[in-house]
Ligand binder design. Structure first.
Ligand SMILES: Nc1ncnc2c1ncn2[C@@H]1O[C@H](COP(=O)(O)OP(=O)(O)OP(=O)(O)O)[C@@H](O)[C@H]1O
Ligand SMILES: [Mg+2]
Length: 270
């Protein structure tokens, strides 16, 4: 079966004569599949996701192909891209507070995401969709919280609002860039459970980006390990954990604490 997303030999430079910050990477995501993209800071994870959404700054040079549902996204016009961004491909960012408008009621913000793509839908129905999305992300009392402002929510609830905004248009692909890094461990576990739930209920495909292999293993079916703009290896979560091929993957694994980790020893580095 053709994958939903197929990234082929993708390279990214911020200037025509600059270094390739992403250097010829390839990966696929099938319908309903979750791919984890793991790697250290600066390895090129976020710029890869921004390239998929075509949100890189003007002047950056992107080559290769990004095939999504039968089209090479790199070849689409800006209008064709806008019709897909936020509708077929949605993104949740790491910092929910900076991505939400502090002076707008959260129901209206989520509703904006609907109206951008469906101006024809009457107000009452937009409201129904927003409440359904808030229900979907297990927000307590969604009809009452609709009229509250972002500062009236906890960090974990704000991340739920961001996820509601991303899924309200029922996208086919969700890109989650470090969706839990800013949260404490308990809330992180709740958000990961929520993402797994959404995937099961809606058959969502996902690109799950994290520097944390343990977190990724809880969410992804397959993992691609990235370093310095390259994908070193990609495999099922099980194979990555039990038969890592690359020395860097082994170092990442050695940094994952287990019940038997000797906490007095320093973490492995490369
Ligand atoms: N706008 C930009 N202009 C120039 N270089 C950039 C720009 N954005 C990112 N880079 C460079 O591209 C490389 C990859 O950055 P990227 O943000 O994708 O890393 P990352 O893997 O997401 O790291 P982190 O885990 O810290 O989020 C880095 O070397 C970074 O400095
Ligand atoms: Mg990043």
């Amino acid at each position: 079966m053709t994958p939903l997303l197929s990234v082929e030999n993708l390279s990214i430079r911020f200037r025509g004569d600059g270094p390739a910050v992403v250097d010829g990477i390839s990966f696929t995501i099938g319908e309903g599949e979750v791919l984890g993209l793991v790697g250290e800071s600066g390895s090129g994870k976020s710029v890869t996701s921004l390239a998929i959404l075509r949100l890189l700054a003007p002047g950056s040079v992107v080559s290769g192909a990004i095939r999504f549902a039968g089209h090479d996204l790199l070849q689409l016009s800006e209008n064709e891209m806008r019709a897909r961004r936020g509708r077929e491909i949605a993104m949740i960012f790491q910092e929910p507070m900076t991505a939400l408008n502090p002076s707008m009621r959260i129901g209206d913000q989520i509703g904006e995401a609907v109206r951008v793509h469906h101006p024809e839908i009457p107000r009452g129905e937009v409201r129904e969709r927003v409440i359904e999305a808030l229900n979907d992300v297990a927000m307590p009392e969604p009809a009452r919280r609709y009229s509250d402002y972002p500062h009236q929510f906890s960090g974990g609830q704000r991340q739920r609002i961001m996820i509601a905004m991303a899924v309200v248009n029922k996208p086919r692909l969700l890109i989650a860039d470090e969706p839990t890094t800013a949260l404490d461990v308990t809330v992180q576990a709740q958000i990961l459970r929520l993402l797994r739930d959404l995937r099961e209920r809606h058959g969502l495909s996902m690109l799950f980006i994290s520097h944390d292999l343990a977190v990724t293993a809880q969410t992804a079916d397959r993992v691609a390990v990235m370093r310095r703009g390259h994908i070193l290896e990609s495999n099922t979560v099980d194979a990555i954990f039990h038969h890592p091929q690359d020395a860097y993957t082994r170092a990442l694994l050695a940094a994952v604490p287990t019940m038997t980790t000797d906490r007095s020893r320093p973490l492995a580095t490369l």
